[in-house]
Each structure stands twice: as C-alpha cells, then as structure tokens.
Design a protein around this ligand. Structure first.
Ligand SMILES: [Fe+2]
Length: 373
C-alpha cells in the first residue's frame, strides 16, 4: 500500500479527470444563485475541505519560557486576579490560528501566574483541565474541596465540572502551565460554566490530598472505588513517582531488559487507575526522558500535541526547522507535521495531546520516517 506520507504533494487538481466547468455567463449566474441561497459547491472547495493528507492551519511554534515568565510577571504587577477574569492565565496563541488563543485546533495551553498570598476564586466548567509545574511551589489547588499541593514536576488534574480554585501560601509568586480542551469545546459548543466560592473552600495545606491518600498506592485499588470513572480520581501525579519510573526504565535498559520505547528513550503515560486509559476523555499526558545524545526518529501523527522541557537542553526539529530548547520552553506540533527531538544533556519532556479524541473517533494515524509504519 502506498502510504499517505508519500502522497503528500498530490492535490485534487493534479489527479487526471479533474473537472472544472468553463466560465460562462450562465455559470456566473448559477454561482450568484448559490450565494443568494447560502450554498457552496464542493468542486470549488475540495482542495481545502478534503486534502490528500492533513494540511493544518496551526503552525509549528516554540515559546521560550524566559520570555513567557517575564511577561507573566509583568501581568502580575498590572492585572488583578479575581471574579470576572477568574485567572491570570495567558494563552499560547498559535500564529496560524487567526489570533485565537488556541495552541492547536483542539487544545489550550497557558502560563498561569499567582502572586504572593493571592487566591484565584472557585469555579467549574465542562472543559477538562490539568496543570504541570515546571518550577516553584507553595500553591495549593482545591478541587471539589480537596486541597492539592502543587510542586515542581507534579501533574495535577481538574477534570470537567469539578469546582476548583487556587491559593498561594507564600511570599513568592508562582507560575505553571495549564492545559485544557477549550478550543475543542468552543468549536463544538459544549461548554457550561458556574461560579463557586469567591475564596477557596479549604485553606488547609496538606502534603498529600485526600485523593492521593485513597488512590496512590501502587497496584492497589480501594474497594470503595470499584466503579470506573470517566476521568482519573487522582488529584496529583507526583514527580517522585514519575522520576523513579523513568530512572528504572533506563536502569533496566542498561541491564539489557526491555523497558524503554526505543534505545535511550524512557517514557510513561499518566493513566486513570480505574480504566488504565487516559486521565481525561479529551487529553493525553505523558513524560519522556532521553539519554544525552539520543535523537528520536522523525514522525508524523494525526492530532496535535504540546511539549514542555522540564529539565536539560536539546533541540526540536519541526517540519525541518531546528530550534534549541532550554528548561521551560514549550513547542506545539500540529497534525501531520514531522517532528523529532534531540537530547544534548539528559532531556526530560512533558507532553500532552488530543490523542484520546483522535483515537475514540478512529482518526488516529502515525508515520515514522524511514519505516513502513
Ligand atoms: Fe478553571
């Protein structure tokens, strides 16, 4: 079978027997009739509507953490956080998406900034959300009344329709990234929103949330939670476990055991312990660790994803263009754009994507360059 990858330069016009009608006064009158009745023919639109392979409007782009952080800090000086605006969150706006605050057609990614002793009020919405902490500590997010500590390397969940607010207990500001399915919800008109308490409902600062105390014991499921849930019941996936899992994969590889996804590339997926599937219905999250000098093969995937560098330095090659990466930098890979990553030092990468949507709808497809996969 000829792969779609090899067909990428074809378009509908280059296929024999393509037919476009000759211009004539009658044809123009027909098109005016279409316009008047809000009709559009397929034959003038098919290249755009049904390309031979995905032609994303979103473009590959890299955001530098140092720049983002400086602008977030500036907004902290100028913009209050509270009811109305709700969050001091600054969305990454893909330059190809017409000025909308979408990192990709399905996903929102933002830097959120909370100043010393500030509280972001409680609310809930249909949109699924997570937070990933690249630096800092001292903020608790309160999810349905359960206070969840936010610390470096932690991955935290706020699945749709759970009340949540944040409070900073320290004299230092804190910034982290939020990921949501806002563009997907917006384009499909599925979102509801409700205000909660103007403060958070519990200012306790426990080391571990009630959700972790119930659920985070390896291989052990509480019998009180035997019913499967659509989203994970775990409020926070702690860095100590992620780090240990990746460390062990590389040690096992050293011992000649099968453990990594490819040579020098350890990876985990955050999962819903009730199903073994993705943490939320619309968002997949993973963590990748590359040994120094490791380069991943170029691959294309249907659907979009975003990476953030957690630790180390390296480079990403997006559609043939190489950009150097440092701690905190974020980049987006639009659908079907070839990408690969190269590690200079050991490179730790957080990744999230819309893969659960693509897989559920059976649109998922991957091509790895140089293979027939
Ligand atoms: Fe929210």
């Amino acid at each position: 079978m000829t792969s779609v990858f090899e067909n990428e330069d074809l378009d509908h016009d280059s296929v024999e027997n393509s037919m476009q009608p000759a211009d004539s006064p009658e044809l123009r009158a027909l098109y005016e009739g279409f316009d008047a009745e809000h009709l559009m023919p397929l034959w003038t639109q098919i290249d755009d509507l049904m390309p031979m392979s995905p032609k994303p409007k979103a473009v590959p782009h890299v955001w530098k953490w140092s720049t983002l952080n400086a602008l977030a800090r500036q907004s902290g000086d100028l913009v209050p956080v509270g009811r109305g605006g709700e969050r001091r969150a600054i969305g990454l706006a893909n330059p190809g998406l017409g000025g909308r605050p979408y990192v990709s057609p399905t996903m929102w990614a933002a830097i959120q900034y909370l100043g010393p002793k500030e509280t972001a009020p409680e609310h809930r919405h249909s949109q699924n959300a997570f937070r990933f902490v690249v630096e800092g500590q001292g903020v608790w997010t309160v999810v349905n009344g359960d206070p969840v500590r936010m610390s470096r390397g932690d991955f935290l969940l706020t699945p749709g329709w759970n009340f949540h607010g944040h409070h900073n207990e320290t004299d230092e500001p804190m910034a982290w990234i939020d990921g949501l399915d806002i563009p997907f919800s917006y384009q499909n008109d599925v979102g509801f929103f409700e205000f909660g308490s103007d403060r958070v409902t519990d200012y306790a600062t426990p080391n571990y949330s009630r959700s972790e105390r119930l659920w985070c014991h390896p291989g052990l499921r509480p019998l009180s939670g035997i019913q499967n849930t659509v989203s994970s019941p775990i409020g926070a996936y702690r860095w100590e476990f992620t780090d240990r899992a990746l460390t062990e994969q590389l040690l096992l590889e050293d011992e000649g055991q099968p453990a990594t996804v490819e040579q020098g590339h350890a990876a985990i997926r955050y999962v819903n312990p009730t199903t073994g599937g993705d943490v939320m219905p619309t968002i997949r999250a993973e963590f990748h660790r590359l040994r120094p000098g490791t380069a991943t093969p170029a691959r294309r995937e249907v659907g979009s994803c975003v990476f953030q560098v957690f630790e180390g330095t390296g480079a990403v090659i997006l559609a043939g263009q190489e950009t150097r990466l440092e701690v905190g930098d974020l980049f987006v890979v639009p659908s079907w754009v070839p990408w690969s990553v190269q590690a200079e030092s050991q490179l730790d990468l957080f990744r999230f994507s819309d893969a659960p949507i693509m897989e559920r709808l059976h649109f998922d497809r991957t091509h790895i360059e140089g293979t027939d996969r």
